[in-house]
Write a protein that binds this ligand. Structure first.
Ligand SMILES: NC(=O)c1ccc[n+]([C@@H]2O[C@H](COP(=O)([O-])OP(=O)(O)OC[C@H]3O[C@@H](n4cnc5c(N)ncnc54)[C@H](O)[C@@H]3O)[C@@H](O)[C@H]2O)c1
Ligand SMILES: O=C(O)C(=O)C[C@@H](O)[C@H](O)[C@H](O)COP(=O)(O)O
Ligand SMILES: [Zn+2]
Length: 360
């Protein structure tokens, strides 16, 4: 099957997200005239990184492999500072480039290092997880975590290109693959209900890189994200809908010391905001049930009771959508009708959380 190109961004600063098998071969072209290339990747992907480095060397670039810890452990100030030292030590200039290879954690970190080094150098992202392909590598949000919460330090720094080589998904553990389905299903609930229909038609196929509808699911989710961020890169309005399920989700990740997969936390967070919307009289019980049934059909969690509500509430107060003391949540007025619910009462929030602590 030929590669699909999905354009992202405003005129004049557009880049492509390329989806297909073997599209990694386009990387040297995207690196362009950069003499030096920092190749930031998780330690667990060293084999793949070596092959990528060989291809870049072959094309005449000087490659500096920069392995970082696997997963969320990479998104720290200490790891970022170590990478800044490496770039400084190798005299990286504004003519050089950063390649982020790996899951969303690695591409968020690599993007942030590229955004902050010399106030911004070229980055190219090569997501190797389902979540990275359909969400994290697309749209220019980069960042790291701090003790206070998730992604609290970061920058908007769109990449020069994104290469989603579907072959790389073959080595991804099933549990990580399923995490990516949460963001795909999110895109379905907020904007493209056909995604929900496709997952419901074949939940087991949705959990596999070989599923009948896998390519369509990936491309549909990327198109939702591309359309939203192209109109609102800096999240001054519509982009907030991509945060569906994330307000509680991020608080759960922090409460669990980032050992709870992002997609799994977002899954619980989506059930929470569905319950909130029902309690606020916006959606009916049927749409809440659809959240629970759809998410659990692919093995995502739909209930959670391991953290104290008061702790989760405190973490949500530093969510980026919060204004002053007012918590703000993305909720639905109906399927694919996302709106912001500002300042729901503590009673309503507590009741929605209670609904999430039971299996429903
Ligand atoms: N910037 C954004 O817009 C955005 C959007 C969504 C999520 N995110 C962020 O993305 C992160 C989650 O990303 P994720 O779900 O990809 O998890 P991850 O990056 O933690 O990767 C999961 C695990 O899979 C490994 N891995 C990666 N590719 C592999 C492959 N092909 N084969 C085998 N193992 C592989 C990783 O090393 C890691 O151990 C979170 O930090 C989240 O905040 C960012
Ligand atoms: O791209 C966005 O905008 C999103 O909100 C996508 C989310 O899936 C993603 O997890 C993002 O990193 C969350 O952003 P944050 O601003 O809440 O940290
Ligand atoms: Zn997310």
């Amino acid at each position: 099957m030929t590669a699909t190109r999905i354009g992202v961004g405003a005129t004049g600063e557009r880049y492509d997200v390329v989806v297909g098998t073997g599209v990694l071969s386009e990387l040297p072209g995207l690196v362009g005239s950069a003499e030096k290339v920092a190749l930031i990747h998780p330690e667990g992907l060293t084999g793949l990184a070596e092959r990528v480095a060989a291809a870049l060397n072959e094309a005449g670039h000087r490659v500096f492999p920069m392995p970082v810890p696997d997963g969320e452990a990479a998104k720290t100030v200490a790891v970022a500072a170590d990478l800044w030292s490496r770039l400084g030590g190798e005299n990286f200039t504004r003519g050089d480039a950063v390649v982020g290879l790996g899951g969303g954690a690695a591409t968020d970190l690599a993007g942030f290092v590229a955004a902050s080094w010399l106030r911004g150098v070229r980055s190219i992202l090569v997501p190797t997880t389902l979540l990275g392909m359909v969400d994290a590598a697309v749209g220019g949000k980069t960042g790291i975590n701090t003790p206070e919460g998730k992604n609290l330090v970061g920058a908007f720094h769109p990449p020069a290109g994104v290469l989603c080589d579907l072959e790389t998904l073959r080595t991804l553990p099933r549990a990580d693959y399923i995490g990516g389905l949460a963001e795909i299903i999110k895109a379905g609930f907020i904007d493209d209900p056909a995604i929900c229909d496709l997952v419901e038609a074949d939940p087991e196929g949705a959990c596999s890189p070989d599923g009948l509808h896998t390519r369509e699911l990936i491309e549909r989710a990327i198109r939702v994200k591309a359309e939203v961020v192209s109109g609102d890169l800096r999240e001054s309005g519509r982009r907030e809908i991509l945060n569906y399920g994330h307000t509680l989700g991020h608080a759960i990740e922090r409460a669990e010391n980032y050992t709870f997969r992002h997609g799994y936390a977002v899954s619980v967070g989506m059930v929470f905001v569905a319950e909130l919307a029902r309690l606020d009289g916006r959606i009916d019980e049927g749409l809440v049930r659809r959240h629970r049934t759809l998410l659990s059909s692919v093995g995502l969690p739909v209930s959670y009771d391991r953290a104290a509500w008061s702790d989760l509430l405190a973490t949500m107060s530093v969510d980026k959508k919060t204004r002053g003391n007012t918590l703000r949540f993305v909720v639905l007025d109906g399927l694919a009708e996302p709106v912001i619910l500002s300042g729901p009462s503590p009673e309503l929030l507590g009741e929605a959380y209670r609904a999430v602590t039971s299996a429903g």
